[in-house]
Every structure is written in C-alpha cells, then in structure tokens.
Design a protein around this ligand. Structure first.
Ligand SMILES: *[C@@H]1O[C@H](CO)[C@@H](O)[C@H](O)[C@H]1NC(C)=O
Ligand SMILES: *[C@@H]1O[C@H](CO)[C@@H](O)[C@H](O)[C@H]1NC(C)=O
Ligand SMILES: *[C@@H]1O[C@H](CO)[C@@H](O)[C@H](O)[C@H]1NC(C)=O
Ligand SMILES: *[C@@H]1O[C@H](CO)[C@@H](O)[C@H](O)[C@H]1NC(C)=O
Ligand SMILES: *[C@@H]1O[C@H](CO)[C@@H](O)[C@H](O)[C@H]1NC(C)=O
Ligand SMILES: *[C@@H]1O[C@H](CO)[C@@H](O)[C@H](O)[C@H]1NC(C)=O
Ligand SMILES: *[C@@H]1O[C@H](CO)[C@@H](O)[C@H](O)[C@H]1NC(C)=O
Ligand SMILES: *[C@@H]1O[C@H](CO)[C@@H](O)[C@H](O)[C@H]1NC(C)=O
Ligand SMILES: *[C@@H]1O[C@H](CO)[C@@H](O)[C@H](O)[C@H]1NC(C)=O
Ligand SMILES: *[C@@H]1O[C@H](CO)[C@@H](O)[C@H](O)[C@H]1NC(C)=O
Length: 590
C-alpha cells in the first residue's frame, strides 16, 4: 500500500511538473514527514478553548495554538484564498518553523489544513522560512528559504532558497506540496553572508520571457534586494546589479515588489504588469528596527532597477505601512476581485511567559486593500477589505454633537471588544493650534507628550476603546493638530497604549505618525477595528495606519466600552459615529 501510494505520488508530481512547463525535473525525492502535522494542530484547539482566553481575536486570523509569524504565499486559486504562515507546531515561542496552511472563500472564515511545508531535507532541516507564491501557466509554485545547520549543510550554507510544487493541481485546496529535487535552487552569492540571504518574492515575467524575483540580503550595513532571472523558474542567474539597495538600512527581510495603477484607481494589477501607466512599490522589512517600510517609484525595465520618486522617502528611510506592530507583510494580486491585498504579521506586545501561559502568540492583521493615493502619489492608501461587512451585527451610532473639553461620551454597545468603528469629526478651527514642529522622527515621542491624558488646544480628540467603565483602562486613538507657524498644519495620529492595561508587563508605547492637514479639508476621520487584544487604526481614509496589541484586565469581552472624547480647549464637532458589532469567526479544521 505504501509503495503504491509512493509510486502514484511520484507520478502525480511528474504530471504536475509537466503541466507547469517546468522542464526535466525528474521524480521528486521521498517526502519524509518527521513532524506530526495536523494532529497537534487541531486537537489543541479544544485545550486552548478550556483556558480563559480574553485576548484571542474574533475576526483576525489565528491558528488554534502555538507561535505564528510571517504570512507566506497568499493567493487565490480555484475558488479559495490560500494563506500560508510561519508556525511552530511545538510551542508558543519561535522555533521549528513550518508552513501552516489555511483556506477560505472570503479571507475571514479560514479553515486550517495540514502543514504545507515542514523541515525534512538537509537544506531546510532547521526550518522552512518565509517565501512567496507565483503562478506558472496558471499553477502556483512556492519559493521559500530553507534554514540549515552549518555542520550538516553543504559548503557551510545556512539560508538557501528552495521551491515546492503542489502534488495535485486539480485539488482546489492544494493540500499537499512537494519539494523539487533540484533544491536548493539558490545559495548565497559571493560577498553575501549566508546567514543574511532570505525571503524570495513572488516572481514577475519580463518582456524577454524571463522570470525575475528578489531575495533580501545585506552587505555591511547596506540593505539589498538581490535580483535573479530565470527561464524555467528553477535555474536562476544573479543579475549584475541588485534591483535596489539603500545604505545604512541593515538586513532587508521579506522584500515585496509590485505595480500599482498610476491613475490611483483602487483596482490592482498582476505583479508582471509594467508600463508608463504604472508605478512600483518596493517594501522592505528592516530586521534592525522590525518595521515595514515602503517607497513608491519607477521600475526601469531596461536595466531592472527601482528608482524611488522621492529619494528622501526611499525604502527603509521614509514611509511605513503601519506605525505600530506590523511586520514581514506581503501583498498579492487577487484576480478574483481585481485588487491588491496586503497581509502582515501582528506580533504580541506582552512578555514571553504570557504567550506560553495562553499557549499562542500572534495574529495576522485584517486583510487590507492597497492602492496609490490620488492626492500624493508618493504614498499608498490602505483599507480593510469589504468582506468585513459580512460580519456586521448590531449597528450603534452617535449623531452630530459638539464635544467640549473634558467629559467623555459613551457609545452604547453590547460587546465593545469586537467592533468596526468609523467616526468623522468636522475639521476644527485651526487658528489656535499649538505651534510645534513635527517630523517622522519626533511623531511617536510627541504622541506620549501630547497624550489624551493631558489637555491641549486643537485636540487631543478621538476615541477611547477597550475602556473599562471607570476608564482606568483605555486605549486612546486620537488626533492632535499642530501648526508649523508658517500656515501649514499637521495632525498627529496616535494610538496610546500607556493606559491600555492595569498589568505592568505589556508594551506601553504611544505609537504615532502624522498627516498634513489642509485648510480646505472638511473632515478628520478614524476607522478602528477593535478585536479583544488588537486595535487597528486607519486615519484619514488609510493615509496612516497604526496597529496596537493591548491586554486589558478589566475591559474584557462585554465589559469593554467605547467613548468619544475631546481634551482640547477648541470645541470639536462630531459629525457621525458608527460602531458595528462583529460576529465571531470559528477558525477550525477544513
Ligand atoms: C498548548 O498547546 C500544546 C500544543 O498543541 C498542547 O499540547 C497543550 O495541551 C496546550 N496547553 C494548554 C494548557 O492548553
Ligand atoms: C523544536 O522541536 C524539538 C523536537 O523536534 C523540540 O525538542 C524543541 O523543544 C523544539 N523547539 C522549540 C523552540 O519549539
Ligand atoms: C548544529 O548541529 C550540531 C551537531 O548536531 C550541533 O552541535 C550544533 O549545536 C548545531 N548548531 C546550531 C546552530 O543549532
Ligand atoms: C486530485 O484532486 C482532485 C480534486 O480534489 C481529486 O478528484 C483527485 O482524486 C485528486 N487526485 C489524486 C491522485 O489524489
Ligand atoms: C556571518 O554572519 C554570522 C551571524 O551574524 C556571523 O557569526 C559570521 O561570523 C558571519 N560570517 C562572515 C564570514 O562574516
Ligand atoms: C538604470 O537606468 C536608469 C535610467 O536610465 C538610471 O537612472 C539608473 O542609474 C540605471 N541603474 C543602473 C544600476 O544602471
Ligand atoms: C515581537 O514582540 C516582542 C515583545 O514585545 C519583541 O521583543 C520583538 O522584538 C517583536 N518582534 C517583532 C518582529 O516585532
Ligand atoms: C524633528 O522635530 C523635533 C522637534 O519636535 C526636532 O527636535 C528635530 O530636530 C526634528 N528632526 C528633524 C530631522 O528635522
Ligand atoms: C483630559 O486631561 C485631563 C488633565 O488635563 C485628565 O485628567 C483627563 O483624564 C483627560 N481626559 C481623557 C479622556 O484622557
Ligand atoms: C487643498 O489644499 C492643498 C494645499 O493647498 C492642495 O494641494 C489640494 O489640492 C487642495 N485640495 C482640494 C480638494 O482642493
């Protein structure tokens, strides 16, 4: 029976390779599973359910237990969205990294499948690290980084790029994956330390019919996106120049490179699209600071290089996807709905022993659609996918009212721990705004100094979420508008964790950034997704996003409240607030 299965499996693999048009790969090597894949993953959910779990999310993706980090190879195939994720089958701390696999039809109601990739080869014996999916002739293949132990590895290689293909492309769930015998397909090039060579991107096809992809690396302290070209996706040749590099940004992890319509349409385009109607985005995850930075620019196809529109806002120097906890993110083109989707890893902010006690760590940010900002083509906008509306239950609203300094206004809810809140404030009178210089390096600090707990001039005004009745616990999401004294204004956008929990363990930072405000604007808006221990903020239509992880001790479940506040001397007009209560998604086995 085993022999029969093996023979058929080999046949299926050969067939799959043929269908992919991948030439002469031969039969796949024996696939040994030394980790128990689904058993531990699924049975544990019952064990976790028995623990008091006030911090588990209700509509953000989380495996039933253990450690998760980066999203990998997201894609849409034959009616299903696929999400792979870095997952430790053994513990709620990082280690033994495999590719977990989940599918859904809406990127919300996920079902967990068997592990897609696990360490079972010499080149990945210590872990199957991050990577991407690319469609070859309509069939997805995976590129990932294998991590090996030097003493066991060939030529002392530590991080190597490898490829896996689905065993049965007729299966819309793509349940089984197999590693190709040519692996590793890439080892570190000369001059690159093989401990600094990882995270292959989705490939894109050039006009010369050659595939391209980049791998993150560093040389001295310069971050690099090393470019490779291939005719068959298996044999890769390093280009003379990297696609891009930036001095003093350190190791670039999880690079992502994709086109967007220059017209600032919300429609997404396939990763291989180029031309004058297109701008490109290069995103890099800085290992040194653990933040995801992006730059908008031009992809010069003639010499395969990326040139940022604004050199001051180059990758790793300028704009961030998110000013809170958000890392190792990845986009994909969703050809089901013609849009580009961004997913990102949202780490815990608690101490490791707390993760071990609750038996899990991390969630994925709510899927976001991304497109260019029509007002400022150096920036992208981000917004939760529309599918979120399928979770809406009760609607709670506040209509037009004037907010004066001091008293908070309660938003009536039945479960303030699972909400999608949108609030619009009228642009206040700016003349009295505090004169204060704000820039990228000072914004976060100013968010603590001008916190909601202090009275100001134009603000702070905004929301208190996951707040206890007495507000001794509260996460304040607010604006504070300042003047540069030369007729321009900036709004600090802050997500303040300093009073989020009575417990002293978690991160108490007030995260923040800023947005220019023009006198001709009419509205200051916030959209905030509240989900037990995650608060995702989208300010001014997605110009600035901030994700926080918070661990209230009193403001949990039905005890969690929402308030609107203004602690500035200038009155603020609330135009409208809507707080949708959200359904709980049951993430279980398929
Ligand atoms: C935590 O998860 C592990 C691995 O799935 C499981 O064996 C264990 O029973 C869980 N512990 C608790 C306390 O739920
Ligand atoms: C990794 O797996 C091995 C078993 O193969 C186990 O002994 C070890 O504790 C695990 N490490 C982590 C960090 O989970
Ligand atoms: C690599 O393997 C050797 C031999 O099994 C072991 O002694 C060493 O600790 C391992 N190195 C790492 C970094 O895990
Ligand atoms: C491949 O997947 C299809 C669709 O799920 C299924 O009908 C077929 O039996 C599978 N083939 C094998 C060899 O498992
Ligand atoms: C490569 O990096 C590792 C880990 O940072 C370091 O221990 C090692 O010395 C480096 N090797 C070389 C040749 O620089
Ligand atoms: C690629 O071409 C562009 C436009 O001609 C030029 O600005 C850039 O310096 C070139 N890059 C490399 C690495 O040759
Ligand atoms: C994850 O969170 C822990 C605890 O706050 C922190 O030490 C670590 O640097 C974070 N890692 C990333 C990638 O954000
Ligand atoms: C940023 O603003 C602060 C004051 O808020 C100032 O001290 C600092 O020099 C500024 N930094 C830059 C790079 O302009
Ligand atoms: C507003 O500021 C005062 C101090 O001026 C503080 O006591 C109060 O708690 C603040 N209100 C909010 C909602 O934080
Ligand atoms: C608002 O003013 C800014 C700065 O003067 C200008 O760039 C922008 O186009 C104006 N927007 C509208 C909608 O008029």
């Amino acid at each position: 029976m085993a022999m029969l299965l093996l023979c058929c499996r080999a046949l299926m693999v050969a067939l799959a390779l043929l269908m992919l048009g991948v030439a002469e790969l031969g039969s796949a090597s024996h696939h040994v599973r030394f980790l128990a894949p689904s058993g531990s993953q699924l049975s544990a959910s019952a064990a976790v359910a028995a623990l008091p779990q006030p911090y588990r999310a209700s509509f953000h993706f989380q495996p039933p237990d253990n450690w998760m980090n980066d999203p990998n190879g997201p894609m849409f195939y034959k009616g299903y969205y696929h999400l792979f994720y870095q997952w430790n089958p053994y513990a709620a701390v990082w280690g033994n990294i495999t590719w977990g696999h989940a599918v859904s039809t809406d990127m919300i109601r996920w079902h967990i499948l068997d592990l897609a990739l696990l360490p079972d080869q010499w080149y990945d014996q210590y872990g199957c690290w991050s990577g991407s999916a690319t469609f070859l002739n309509g069939k997805p293949v995976l590129l990932y980084t294998g991590w090996s132990n030097v003493s066991f590895s060939r030529d002392n290689q530590v991080q190597m790029q490898a490829m896996a293909i689905a065993v049965n492309y007729s299966d819309p769930l793509l349940r089984q994956w197999t590693k190709i015998p040519q692996n590793p397909i890439l080892t570190a090039p000369d001059g690159i330390n093989s401990t600094k060579f990882r995270d292959p991107t989705t490939g894109w096809l050039g006009k010369d019919d050659k595939w391209r992809m980049i791998v993150g690396a560093k040389r001295k302290h310069r971050g690099l996106a090393i470019l490779y070209r291939s005719s068959d996706f298996v044999q890769w040749e390093k280009a003379k120049h990297p696609l891009h590099s930036v001095a003093r940004t350190g190791m670039w992890e999880c690079p992502d490179f994709y086109p967007m319509l220059a017209s600032a349409s919300r429609n997404g385009i396939d990763t291989s699209v180029t031309g004058p109607h297109v701008k490109h985005v290069l995103k890099v995850s800085l290992d040194d600071t653990k933040h995801d930075y992006y730059a908008v620019g031009t992809y010069v196809t003639g010499n395969d290089s990326f040139i940022p529109t604004n050199a001051k806002l180059d990758a790793g120097l300028g704009l961030r996807y998110d000013y809170g906890k958000y890392y190792a993110s990845k986009t994909f083109f969703d050809d089901n709905k013609g849009r580009r989707i961004l997913l990102g890893w949202v780490n815990e902010s608690s101490i490791e022993s707390a993760d071990i006690a609750k038996n899990w760590s991390s969630m994925q940010g709510f899927p976001r659609i991304v497109w260019l900002d029509a007002e400022n083509s150096e920036r992208i906008l981000q917004w939760p996918i529309d599918e979120i509306k399928s979770l809406y239950k009760q609607k709670n609203t506040l209509e037009s009212m004037r907010l004066d300094i001091g008293p908070v206004v309660k938003v009536k809810t039945t479960n303030g721990a699972q909400l999608d809140i949108e609030v619009d404030f009228a642009l206040p009178e700016l003349k009295q705004a505090e004169k204060l210089e704000v820039n990228a390096s000072s914004a976060q600090q100013l968010c603590s100094e001008r916190a909601s707990s202090r009275s100001g001039l134009v603000g702070p005004f905004g929301l208190l979420v996951l707040a206890s009745e007495d507000q001794s616990e509260q996460t304040a999401v607010f604006f504070y508008i300042v003047s540069d004294g030369r007729g321009s204004w900036n709004a600090l956008v802050c997500s303040d964790q300093s009073r989020s929990s009575l417990s002293t363990d978690p991160d108490k930072t007030a995260y923040g950034s800023f947005i220019p405000v023009f006198g001709n604007e009419t509205t200051m808006s916030l959209r905030v997704l509240v989900d037990h221990s995650i608060v995702e903020t989208f300010a001014q239509g997605g110009k600035v996003c901030i994700t926080s992880r918070v661990y209230p001790t009193k403001a949990i479940n039905e005890e969690a409240q929402v308030y609107v506040f203004n602690n500035g001397s200038v009155p603020i007009q609330l135009k409208k607030l809507t707080a949708w209560e959200m359904e709980t998604v049951d993430i279980g086995p398929f």
